[in-house]
Design a protein. Structure first.
Length: 418
């Protein structure tokens, strides 16, 4: 009996020592999930299929920039970030929140990623935000401009956006409308979710009480709708001369503009939100409406337009072209603005990794959220990426941009969002 007791005690001591060692290892810097001495594994889900699959190049632009970082020697003479290669895992969620939740679970529980980076869409990111914050997993540089990411940072400190927030952009567009639109009878078509409603809220705030009285039609669509004809027929009948679209790129924007043209409705002024206002999207619309229908469309922008002749010799555009040519996927169209925006986003994330320090942890990355203060060469000249303890809106400057004869061209001064 004494031998059995001694044996049990010895086993208990051994287990205690083993568990203590295991806990010590789990708390050490090298035990941070997704981080080793040679790699940093991150991931996100994107609409590689579905109604907004035109946004897929955003993820591929990010991946291309990470490939470039892994190949070049950084400021410390090491490849990757401080000698660590970035591994970027991407899954298709089809812009479906249920799929986003499933794919994020896979990234966190199976792939053991260090952070969720760049996941696209307001509703998809809202669906995974509680889970990621509960587990203290960075949800960073997500590709949605919902104001929540900046305004609710106290409740969700592990989440931060990157795009100009939709409320600020809506506000900018409203002020341009008041100053420039003709008779200012306004019709608004918006996506019936938090994405579209954020834009709507910002636009109405920018109009003010007097300006809001000029709204004669306000209609929404669901991303699953197969036709917007009833809404647009109603808006045409309203007598509006200014049409404001808060739509996503690809099918929704193409369908809305093409439907209006087919119904022979040509408002004096069309205003489009930035995430749908690219030369590529307009090219797809022009194939159905003709170029003249689109000339004069107004939007906002905070990134340089890779297809506009004014940026032909811009150093950042030249760097972008070189990166895409050497490290991008086969058969890409480097004139696609979404590849460029993905590169711009990824470059800021890499800067954040450096700011997080040599001893990279999820907490050190979270702290770096609040210390962004640099110039991103891919953004418009004069703008700055900047955050602080009470400011979680990295990009808050933009310009008005106007579409004519195949290209959007930014003009005027930088506008401040917040």
């Amino acid at each position: 009996m004494r031998k059995v007791v001694l044996g049990v005690l010895a086993l208990a001591v051994a287990l205690s020592v083993g568990l203590t060692a295991a806990f010590a290892r789990s708390e050490s810097p090298t035990a941070t999930p997704g981080v080793t001495s040679r790699s940093i594994t991150i991931g996100g889900s994107f609409p590689f299929s579905g109604p907004v699959s035109s946004y897929a190049p955003l993820a591929k632009g990010m991946e291309t920039y990470f490939n470039y970082v892994n190949a070049r020697k950084g400021p410390d003479g090491k490849r990757g970030v401080r000698g660590r290669k970035i591994i970027f895992k991407q899954y298709d969620d089809g812009y479906n929140t249920a799929n986003t939740v499933q794919m994020t679970n896979k990234l966190v529980l199976e792939d053991k990623v260090f952070a969720i980076v760049g996941t696209l869409g307001t509703e998809p990111n809202l669906a995974i935000r509680p889970f990621l914050n509960q587990r203290k997993i960075p949800q960073v540089n997500i590709l949605t401009g919902a104001s929540y990411w900046g305004s609710q940072y106290k409740t969700y400190p592990w989440t931060i956006g990157w795009l100009l927030d939709y409320v600020s952009e809506g506000n900018m567009l409203a002020k341009w409308t008041l100053a420039n639109a003709a008779r200012q009878k306004i019709a608004i078509l918006y996506q019936n979710d938090d994405y579209g409603k954020d834009y709507l809220r910002g636009f109405k705030a920018g109009l003010g009480a007097a300006g809001r009285s000029r709204i004669v039609s306000e209609r929404s669509y669901d991303v699953t709708d197969s036709s917007y004809a009833p809404q647009i027929i109603s808006q045409r009948a309203s007598g509006a001369d200014t049409w404001v679209l808060f739509t996503t790129a690809g099918t929704p924007t193409v369908r809305a503009l093409a439907t209006a043209a087919q119904l022979r409705w040509k408002p004096d002024q069309i205003i489009l939100n930035s995430v749908a206002a690219t030369d590529g999207v307009m090219q797809a619309v022009a194939a159905r409406t003709g170029q003249d229908y689109l000339n004069g469309i107004v939007s906002t922008t905070y990134v340089k337009n890779v297809t506009n002749p004014k940026y032909k010799n811009d150093s950042a555009i030249k760097t972008y072209r070189r990166i895409m040519a050497n490290y991008g996927p086969d058969g890409i169209n480097i004139r696609n603005q979404f590849y460029y925006t993905g590169v711009a986003n990824a470059s800021d994330f890499v800067k954040m990794l450096y700011a997080a320090g040599k001893n990279l942890t999820r907490e050190s990355l979270r702290k770096a959220y609040e210390k962004q203060n640099w110039v991103n060469p891919y953004l418009l000249k004069g703008s700055k990426v900047k955050t602080g303890r009470r400011d979680h809106f990295p990009i808050d400057q933009a310009k008005i941009t106007v579409y004519n004869n195949g290209s959007f061209s930014d003009q005027g001064r930088l506008l401040k969002g917040r």
